[in-house]
Design a protein around this ligand. Structure first.
Ligand code: ADP
Ligand code: MG
Ligand code: ZN
Length: 480
């Protein structure tokens, strides 16, 4: 039998607010344990939560960017469960009437085709604290609770079960990741858990319209692991069914070391969260004006920008996609185009030299030592024939290292391109004299040798000879 996998993702997005969702404590990462706490996030009796407006603004932006409708009157709810990292004994979340509902993302399933993935809801909630082992007292057998993370704001983005393969799931996740980082509402750091995902996976016979029973894989924290975890889980369920077994609804954990998932708890052991509206928080009323203002404030989103790069600047789809990988990269590109004008050329340099240098040095585009204007100046030196494209790469490396302007480097190092025919002719004559055998070969019809001569001339001129002049003169001379 053939099986159809079905996947729905629940993504937790940690918000980049300075303070927590219901108190004024800092959200800064890495502080001394429990130093960023107050009666509210410690869950002391009688302390009252006050909603951080920034969290609502971020949630609205996320919702509008994923085609959701914004709920005019949304409610906070208590999700009750016991765990030592949750001092109140409940997490403040949203259950009925979450802030955003009924959205979608159009994901690229291949070069041309888009597939619409429904977004059921986006809700706001607080994070829990963290258990630490041996860190507080220094004794290895000690466990403690660090509540710095308690009350940190999260969005949970829940998709419809519309994804049909691990690849589609990864594309969806990457697109969502791109949107929240682009909006500047999340730093997107998956290793630190700022963007993490639970994957719900089921299989059904191909052609069936009844979804199979799902397993939920908790807290997968890289794109690679999401793909691995889903693929393993699909195969596990298929094998189970083929062996005459049935899939049970359960929560599973992914183990990155083995690439497998294992059961954590079954449906019977699942929590009954006893959700109810939080009496400490009034309903959140969001006016149409507020929504409109947020809509006005939205930046041009990755997809719109890609489209504009293609239609206005004539970039091919591939370039447009690469250059909108992040908002900072797209900004860099546009600043370069404003200073130079040849979008395709600027794009090539960013996707080539700049990306290589950023990767080699582990630098982000935000900290790129060569500013877009400086890159444009370099390219102008190629345009006006001062240097060759090849020399430009050497100059670029020096700009990267020293921060100097292209023109200054070219002057200092005497890199100006030699286009003067007589100087180049002299070099050609010397090389032809020294390689009489190859000259004969060429004249005897072995045209491949031409490349050898070009190489020799360029080498003798230390790369400074103008390649098109070299080509022209060489052709003439070799014909004899
Ligand atoms: P819960 O709150 O118990 O996790 P939800 O109904 O909110 O349950 O669903 C959570 C996620 O599971 C959603 O992303 C949804 O798309 C996905 N999902 C629901 N049913 C299935 C299924 N049969 N197979 C795969 N995913 C599913
Ligand atoms: Mg769930
Ligand atoms: Zn606090």
């Amino acid at each position: 039998m053939k099986y159809q996998p079905v996947i729905g993702l629940e993504v937790h997005v940690q918000l980049l607010t300075d303070t927590k969702i219901f108190c004024g404590c800092s959200t800064m990462f890495g502080a001394e344990p429990n130093s960023q706490t107050c009666p509210v996030c410690l869950g002391l009796p009688g302390a009252l939560p006050v909603l951080n407006k920034k969290v609502v603004e971020f949630a609205i932006k996320a919702g509008l960017s994923t085609n959701c409708s914004i709920t005019p009157r949304s409610i906070f709810a208590r999700k009750n469960y016991f765990y030592p990292d949750l001092p109140k004994g409940y997490q403040i979340s949203q259950f009925e009437d979450p802030i955003c509902q009924h959205g979608w993302l159009d994901i690229k399933v291949n070069e041309q085709d888009l597939k619409r993935i429904g977004i059921t809801r986006i809700h706001m909630e607080e994070d829990a604290g963290k258990l630490v082992h041996g860190e507080l007292s220094g004794r290895a057998d000690d466990s403690g609770v660090d509540l710095n993370r308690a009350c940190t704001p999260l969005l949970e983005v829940v998709s419809e079960p519309d994804l049909r393969s691990s690849d589609e799931a990864v594309v969806y996740l990457k697109q969502l990741h791109q949107i929240v980082t682009w909006l500047g509402i999340c730093d997107g750091n998956m290793e630190e858990g700022s963007f993490r995902c639970d994957a719900n996976v089921s299989v059904m016979p191909v052609g069936s319209s009844t979804l199979g029973t799902r397993a939920e894989i908790k807290n997968v924290n890289s794109f690679k692991f999401v793909k691995q975890a889903i693929e393993y889980e699909i195969q596990r369920q298929i094998d189970l069914i083929e062996d005459g077994g049935t899939v049970v609804q359960e929560t599973r954990l992914f183990d990155p070391n083995s690439g497998t998932t294992r059961s954590m708890r079954s449906k019977e052991e699942a929590h009954d969260y006893r959700y109810f509206p939080d009496p400490d928080l009034v309903p959140l009323v969001i006016s149409d004006q507020w929504i409109e203002r947020s809509r006005q404030e939205l930046p041009e989103l990755p997809e719109q920008r890609q489209h504009r790069f293609m239609t206005e600047l004539g970039l091919p789809l591939y370039d447009a996609e690469v250059l909108t990988a992040s908002r900072a990269l797209a900004d860099y590109f546009e600043a370069g185009v404003a200073a130079h004008g040849n979008a395709k050329l600027i794009g090539n340099w960013i996707m080539g030299e700049i990306t290589r240098a950023l990767n080699d040095s582990g630098t982000s585009i935000e900290a790129c030592p060569v500013a877009p204007g400086q890159l444009a100046e370099l390219l102008k030196l190629i345009d006006n024939g001062t240097i060759s494209g090849k020399i430009a790469k050497t100059v670029f490396d020096e700009m990267w290292r020293s921060g100097k302007a292209a023109q200054a480097i070219v002057e200092e190092q005497g890199l100006v391109q030699v286009s003067d025919s007589s100087a180049i002719e002299t070099i050609i004559d010397e090389i032809m004299a020294a390689n009489a055998g190859q000259v004969e070969e060429y004249r005897g019809g072995k045209e491949k040798v031409f490349g050898f001569f070009v190489g020799q001339v360029m080498k003798a001129s230390k790369g400074k000879a103008n390649p098109s002049v070299v080509n022209e003169l060489l052709l003439n001379k070799l014909k004899g």
